[in-house]
Design a protein around this ligand. Structure first.
Ligand SMILES: [Fe+2]
Length: 253
């Protein structure tokens, strides 16, 4: 694994060096995120009875899942796919273009490319192999757990220069979009393009409780106090309070 970490570090290093002082924290954020998602994937793999090869493939996919973020930001200066490009697809293309994983056997490499390309999809297609599904699900859970960790300080204004990670959404006190809260209340994952303000983003993060695939991730969401923190930042209404119990039941399942 060390070898693939070095290749990844060598790949991202010019993006960091070429960025100006305003852009640098955004790039650094994605580098740190990549390594933290890798760490989460190690924990998930450790909690599952996986073959060594599949476990290794999932961990490499986790480390490389956001490869597309670096060329995306260089070209468009945003992490918002809707305003730029699909960073999952761009990531798979970038790994191929730069031959980053050419030392991996073809079967493993194709699985990593598939997981990178699909890590940001709303849902996974039904026709993929069991191994690719597990691999992608490990990446998706690892990613979600870390994204919430990264975003919470930005949402509380503790982190300056926070427009890029929050995708341009701003605080609109007391506002929530009804279609988003309806999704969460009915146990469904909310969708990015319905969001109008930061409260919607908080609800979207909470809705991920319903899209986690592994017990490790559900327990981790509880352990890290995400539910209480996010609910505590939302308007103090009965509609919001009512979300707590079903979300906790889901996470304890
Ligand atoms: Fe991503």
């Amino acid at each position: 694994m060390k070898h693939f970490q070095i290749i990844f570090s060598n790949f991202v290093s010019p993006y960091l060096q070429e960025a100006n002082s305003k852009e640098r924290p955004d790039i650094q954020l994605k580098i740190d995120h990549s390594f933290d998602v890798f760490e989460n994937s190690r924990n998930i793999c450790g909690s599952l009875p996986l073959r060594t090869e599949l476990s290794e493939t999932a961990q490499i996919a986790a480390l490389y899942h956001d490869t597309g973020r670096f060329p995306q930001y260089r070209q468009y200066k945003t992490f918002k796919d809707a305003d730029s490009c699909n960073h999952g697809i761009l990531g798979a293309r970038t790994v191929l273009k730069h031959k980053l994983l050419n030392e991996l056997p073809r079967k493993q490499r194709n699985m990593v490319l598939g997981a990178i390309a699909m890590h940001n999809r709303g849902q996974l297609p039904s026709f993929i192999s069991d191994d690719l599904r597990i691999c992608t699900e490990i990446v998706r859970d690892s990613d979600k757990i870390d994204i919430i960790k990264v975003l919470i300080p930005h949402m509380t204004g503790l982190q300056a220069g926070n427009e890029v990670p929050l995708m341009g959404l701003t605080e609109k006190k007391g506002e929530i979009t009804q279609s988003i809260i309806k999704s969460v209340a009915s146990g469904k994952q909310a969708s990015y393009n319905e969001m109008n303000c930061l409260n919607d983003f908080r609800l979207l993060l909470l809705s991920w409780a319903y899209d986690l695939n592994f017990a490790w991730s559900r327990k981790e969401m509880i352990k890290r106090g995400y539910v209480e923190t996010l609910l505590g930042q939302l308007p103090d209404t009965g509609q919001i309070h009512a979300l707590h119990k079903p979300i906790m039941e889901q996470l304890n399942s």
